[in-house]
Design a protein around this ligand. Sequence first.
Ligand code: NAP
Length: 264
Amino acid sequence: MAINIILAGPRGRMGSEAVKMVKNEPDFKLVACIDRKYNGQQLKDIEGLPDMNVPVYEDIDKCFKQVKADIFIDLTVPEFGYHHTKTALDNNIRPVVGTTGFTDEQIIELSQLAKAKNTGCIIAPNFAIGAVLMMKFSQMAGKYFSDVEIIEKHHDKKLDAPSGTAKKTAEMIMETRSHKNQGHPDEEETIRGSRGGEMDGMRIHSVRLPGLVAHQEVVFGSSGQTLSIKHDSLNRDSFMEGIKLSVFKVMDMNELAYGLENIL
Ligand code: NAP
């Protein structure tokens, strides 16, 4: 039996790729979309999207009431993505969330809600398998190198900085690295922000340029050596295998997993 999916953000860069992925996967069926435009119309009425008779809703409560679904995929913006995810859990529909920029408090709250509802949920700041390996390898290296700087590069339409992947990488490194405030104790920024953002003494630098998709390099340094671990998403196809895998996995889960590495 097909897995019925509701997807929010079908006109977006990620959402439009995800619509194609769902359409091409024989075990999936797209049953509705959530968009803030085109309410009451069909997906085929939206320019550039596949010729599909899938209803578009602006009101997520109405959508969940009228359309029966197993999975809700969110690829929108953090403020709406959070509300969408909460509403999906309230309706016992399993969320697979790629939207980044949720606060730690929001993730804790969603995790508690998923547990209370006994409903699976996957939130992953990066659905590219290579990026997950980059994070894992960085976590391994963190045990041996206390000095590390993360340089993440994204397209200039990205709303949040640093990226969810960079934050998640720093959190994973924190589990193995001995705390250290990096750089010279007397260092001074002559241009504010030059040393990047700070997490547990580590530094994170965010580059935003047209032409980029999603790239990250984690650079470790110690006496006489450096180690660089680098991943590049060259197009948004790189995220689709992870979303597909998450849809299958979340069907058998009854709590929230944050990060693709937890389901691989
Ligand atoms: P995008 O191209 O700007 O797409 C976002 C879409 O969400 C737009 O179509 C936007 O509509 C729509 N939207 C905004 N508010 C909405 C609402 N209230 N209800 C329904 N739809 C709404 O962004 P993107 O590059 O696809 O990225 C989407 C999200 O995925 C971002 O948070 C990004 O950081 C994240 N991302 C995650 C991964 C991952 O692997 N987890 C990878 C890449 C990106 P309008 O055009 O009308 O504003």
